[in-house]
Design a protein around this ligand. Sequence first.
Ligand SMILES: Nc1ncnc2c1ncn2[C@@H]1O[C@H](COP(=O)(O)OP(=O)(O)OP(=O)(O)O)[C@@H](O)[C@H]1O
Length: 409
Amino acid sequence: MADSDETPHAEQNEGVPTAPADAGRRDDTAAAVQEAIASADVGTADLYANLMAIDGVGDIVVRDGVASIGISLPVPSETLREQLAADVVAAAESVAGVESVDVDFRASAADRGERIDMLPGVKNVVAVASGKGGVGKSTIAANLAVALADTGAAVGLLDADVYGPNAPTLLGLDERQPNATSDDEMVPRESYGVRAMSMEFITGEDDPIIWRGPLVDEFIKQLFGDVQWGELDYLIVDLPPGTGDAHLSLVQHFPVAGAVIVTTPQEVAVDDAARGLVGFARHDTPVLGIVENMAGFECPDCESLHDIFGTGGADDLAEQFDVPVLGRIPLEPALGTMDGDGEPVRPPGIDVPLVGRLELPRTHEERTRGDRAPPLACRTDGGAAREQLRITASRIAARLNEAAVTFRK
Ligand SMILES: Nc1ncnc2c1ncn2[C@@H]1O[C@H](COP(=O)(O)OP(=O)(O)OP(=O)(O)O)[C@@H](O)[C@H]1O
């Protein structure tokens, strides 16, 4: 970011303040800077949302050759922030009369201004879905929530995966029942700065529940409405895989600001993801983009990349539906197997002479121990996966701002 040593000149005259003689010219220069940022299409390459289109460019003041530019961004990751600042500076410096540039970032979460009684303080409900099970949807949802919270946003995670809730485990929470308020509202449990609510808190992990459509609908409404969420910038909803009752309940009862589809690069996963995408589009829910999970594996020995689950699936889907691939999260062997200090956690199981180690978890503690590692998005040993998760979270936030601007118009 360029800085200037020049001191601003005094603007006040004796008596009634008057505009400085060059005020008109300065306004023209400011307008030209804005124009330059617009025509450089700043934001599109990194955030997948044009800064102007998301109302991201605030005040521009040019004084003595110094352009001070306010950028109002939804929770930018450090990497994107640096790149955006460089792009803004380059655009502004192309304007005659601008010698140096100051960029001031302010965080701003999207707000469509739409509230419902059940969620009076929630600005954005974001659905995370996948066509197929086991693609890492819950892992991505929990990590995106943590990444957003880490930048200062108020974030909730609603584990609506009624068939296999695991947000509590991913956030290191046990399945204790949540506290209740005097109005009988449940208080979300908090971890890594995220307020979490899950069916697992209520039913206990081992209760077998056969969910039928109307029950799911009732339950989803309770998980949203009977919970004291408070003021939230983002409420991330981890949906069950597929396109079933929970999805329908969500889009029918709640103003979903956007949906994120998680897939692996395999074709079969991508075909299922396409069905999920169509489901949201049918209910006029903006699809913010696709997250490709388990996208390649970097061999720790030879450092070469292996596309274990193929490549290109998410790109095909993105092209077909004209939405961006918001991030590609590599296969991360450390996920769930290291503790916060990077110490390997011994895998659950028992040692059997001659056979070796049988990885059969015997107790609940053992079953969940590996996954109790902190979410990758906030671990310093998170590597490329961490970086991608944080960038993906920024892009989601930016795309929500774009959707909100369009919605308000
Ligand atoms: N990028 C990754 N690298 C390595 N392991 C991963 C990655 N993403 C997810 N996993 C692992 O894959 C398994 C499935 O992940 P997860 O439970 O998040 O999937 P899901 O799509 O939510 O599954 P379900 O269908 O049960 O809802 C977990 O053991 C998780 O730790």
